[in-house]
Write a protein that binds this ligand. Structure first.
Ligand SMILES: Cc1cc2nc3c(=O)[nH]c(=O)nc-3n(C[C@H](O)[C@H](O)[C@H](O)COP(=O)(O)O)c2cc1C
Length: 389
């Protein structure tokens, strides 16, 4: 089975390569009646677009075109196809390194799998971060549909290299990180991250990052034990993002260092409702949502393509050689990865909400449409009102 699709009811298939004509996505399973414009998609795409200060200098406008599934501004229930053109493409450099696979990238692994003669060596092909444009476009639809049940997803950069943000990070911090060039969880850390990124860039190096994901107003009871648990699907979603090397939910790996008595999350009554006092396990128990915010962390490795010399093998001579990557690359892929983390989270949750019957699978009612439209506008205003253009 090929692996280009994700989701059971809200089903997403991405297509296109880094240096192909375009990147696209087909989203099947969206109920009819959802108000949807290209502007909705572009709003989300802006947050992963290259060309910002600390992301890749590849200049792509990333304007989405909806080519099917929407009529008169509303989804029809047919598959929705969205395409984004690749304009700023320069393949010449990749011709040069065709026989010298980049060490930390997918080049050699793809050659093993598909054969050298079939391998799309242009900018990583399907393994390029550019593919994630399609995920963010699909994620915009998922996010909008989630408005029906009030669920919202946000993410931010918690650490870059060893520079870590201390203290609590809440949903508001994560959402507003979109206004900062480094997507820092808190404004005062933006400057710290900038200084670090400038230093790393000037040395031709790259750096890893940890992204915090937070989901609020999560319905209780989402998740399908035992293999389609929400945490299992989130883990798969995150590990499908290129460059991701770690995922943990709640206290994650730190819980393994503790005694049970230290990480005993009490069930309490708050305002007459069942709650968990500390939400130590990140809003999911038994793979099923508890209604507490879902809190998780995703680790991105440092960008593989360095401007420093890297050692590899020339496949023509089978001799070890040194290469220097000239292409255009983010010094820290985690910054743009944050938007992708959000999109993949939204895809998982909308699919589970549909599987649980909380979001209609065929058609939205007029009341549903009004709720979604009102909440979506409020969400956009919240960012626009903060100065986001
Ligand atoms: C948004 C985004 C942008 C990326 N940009 C680059 C890049 O400019 N250069 C690079 O070497 N890798 C980049 N990557 C990571 C590679 O695509 C990834 O390392 C490669 O596919 C190998 O997969 P793996 O790291 O998961 O093993 C990016 C990833 C994402 C999510």
């Amino acid at each position: 089975m090929p692996g280009n699709s994700f989701g059971k009811i809200f089903k997403v298939t991405t297509f296109g390569e880094s240096h192909g004509v375009l990147i696209g996505v087909v989203v099947d399973g969206v109920p009819a009646g959802l108000p949807l414009t290209e502007d909705d998609i572009n709003f989300e795409l802006k947050f992963r677009r290259p060309g910002a200060l600390y992301t890749s200098p590849r200049i792509e406008e990333d304007k989405a075109r909806i080519v099917s599934g929407v009529l008169n501004g509303r989804t029809t229930g047919a598959p929705i196809a969205i395409v984004v053109e690749n304009r700023d493409v320069d393949t010449s450099y990749y011709e040069e390194i065709k026989y010298t696979p980049r060490p930390n990238h997918a080049d050699m692994a793809y050659i093993f799998r598909y054969g050298f003669e079939n391998w799309d060596y242009r900018g990583g092909g399907r393994a390029s971060g550019r593919e994630t444009v399609a995920r963010v476009a699909a994620g915009a639809i998922a996010k909008k549909l989630l408005m029906l049940i009030g669920t919202q997803v946000a993410s931010c950069v918690e650490s870059i290299g060893e520079a870590t943000i201390d203290g609590d990070i809440d949903f508001e911090n994560a959402l507003k990180s979109r206004l900062l060039s480094t997507r820092a969880c808190r404004k005062e850390y933006d400057e710290k991250f900038r200084v670090l990124l400038e230093l790393i860039s000037s040395e031709g190096d790259s750096v890893g990052a940890v992204i915090r994901g937070i989901v609020i107003d999560v319905p209780r009871g989402l998740g399908e034990p035992v293999f389609d648990k929400v945490k299992a699907d989130l883990a798969k979603a995150m590990f499908s993002i290129p460059g991701v090397v770690g995922f943990e939910i709640g206290l994650g790996f730190n819980a393994a260092l503790k005694r049970g008595s230290e990480v005993m999350d009490e069930i309490v009554v708050m305002n007459g409702d069942i709650r968990w006092k500390k939400n130590i396990y990140g809003g999911i128990l038994g793979g099923v949502t508890t209604g507490e915010p879902i809190v998780f962390r995703v680790a991105f490795k440092p960008t593989s393509s360095l401007k420093k010399p890297m050692r590899t093998v020339d496949l023509r001579t089978m001799k070890e050689v040194e290469i220097v990557v000239r292409g255009r690359h983010d010094p820290c892929i985690g910054i743009r990865g944050a938007a992708v983390v959000e999109a993949m989270t939204a895809l998982v949750l909308v699919d589970h909400a549909m599987r649980s019957g909380l979001i209609p699978t065929t058609k939205l009612s007029q009341k549903d449409i009004e709720i979604i439209s009102e909440r979506w506008e409020r969400y956009r205003r919240c960012l626009l009102g903060q100065g986001y253009q």
